[in-house]
Design a binder for this molecule. Structure first.
Ligand code: CA
Length: 358
């Protein structure tokens, strides 16, 4: 029987020295000025319920967890490096914390994406062997987002992009956003589709049970977004585009059989105008156009299933700092029943390839 074993809380054992680098690929940060913008948004009468329920909570709660997370998010030097050292993390690949600029009005979002990317690039220059990152963009203005991807790759040397799922309830499956995919494909920059708080139409049934956040709602909404991108034919139009999904691929590898079966059946039934034939099966795009990370899931059984489905080259390590800072999870993953070659792919070389780390 496969059981779930969570790490003990309390005093974690320091991770052992290992013959591979540990690169954590979904680590969050926030420039302090972004929190001021967020506070102003939260104070508005029309503030989105999902955003207010999530970032509004973290920014105002006196709980130890919330205060600790806010402290860690804005630190790009000693505290972050200390936590990385204590957890045995050699390199953190950082992304502007969700929802990034996607909750801001369009001019602020476009301008703050540049500010955040310059802030990140400065931190990488201070700690070039420890930090790497992803570019924030404002999908609210797809042409500006495309330009920022080009600037970020060429001028800042950052070779990946983060998009926090929906933007004001809109999905990248809409062709109006496809300048972003064209730029990402042309610049060979993978897009990490990271969760956002749930859009207005999904929020209530999840929030009523406290299930809207990382516990479950994020995975449902981000998985839906990835599937919408696949079924809209984005990868037939942009075959070299690469995306990244966290949280074990938001469970999509586990769904692959039913996705293929029911997508084929739905196409044949002509039930929906929006469901058109694709060149390949949904599961083929998952394996050719996505890499997944285990962020938030230090469970060897799930990781091994995903490696079997995606291939050893398409599953990467992530911690999800500071939201899930659990050094003992590193010990669990070091102890996975995998060859040294495959453990090195998981912790190090897949991330070096995907994020073009030197
Ligand atoms: Ca995260």
């Amino acid at each position: 029987m496969i059981d779930v074993k969570l790490p003990e809380t309390g005093n974690p054992k320091p991770p052992a020295r290992v013959p591979y680098k540990r690169i954590a690929t979904e680590e969050a940060f926030a420039p302090p000025e972004m929190l001021d913008i967020y506070r102003r948004i939260c104070e508005r009468g029309d503030c989105d319920a999902g955003f207010k329920g999530l970032m509004g909570f973290y920014m105002t709660s006196p709980s130890e967890r919330a205060q600790h997370i806010m402290r860690c998010l804005i630190d790009m030097d000693d505290l972050r490096l200390q936590h990385m050292d204590e957890a045995g993390i050699d390199v953190a690949v950082m992304a502007l914390t969700s929802p990034g600029v996607q909750v801001m009005d369009t001019p602020t979002a476009v301008s703050f994406a540049r500010t955040a990317n310059d802030f990140l690039a400065a931190a990488i220059r201070r700690h070039p062997t420890r930090f790497a990152g992803m570019l924030a963009v404002a999908p609210q203005d797809p042409a500006a987002a495309a330009r920022e991807i080009e600037r970020g790759v060429r001028e800042l040397g950052i070779h990946a992009v983060v998009i926090n799922s929906h933007t004001n309830g809109e999905y990248l499956s809409d062709p109006k956003f496809w300048d972003i995919f064209a730029a990402a494909e042309a610049m060979d920059a993978p897009i990490y589709l990271h969760p956002n708080s749930l859009p207005a139409g999904m929020y209530e049934p999840f929030a009523a049970a406290g299930l809207d956040g990382a516990i479950y709602g994020f995975a449902v909404e981000t998985g839906l977004h990835a599937l919408r991108i696949i079924t809209a034919g984005v990868f037939d139009r942009f075959p070299r585009l690469q995306m990244i999904l966290g949280h074990m691929g938001e469970a999509l590898p586990y769904w692959a059989y039913r996705l293929d079966y029911m997508h084929g059946a739905t196409v044949r039934s002509k039930r929906y105008e929006s469901v058109k034939p694709l060149r390949q099966r949904p599961s083929d795009y998952l394996r050719q156009n996505f890499t997944i990370t285990n962020s938030g899931v230090a469970w060897p059984h799930a990781i091994k299933f995903a490696q079997g489905f995606m291939g050893m080259d398409r599953v990467m390590y992530a911690m999800d700092y500071p939201y899930q800072y659990a050094p003992d999870e590193v010990n669990i993953l070091d102890g996975m029943d995998l060859s040294l070659e495959n453990k090195t792919k998981f912790f190090q070389t897949n991330a070096e390839r995907v994020f073009k780390l030197r």
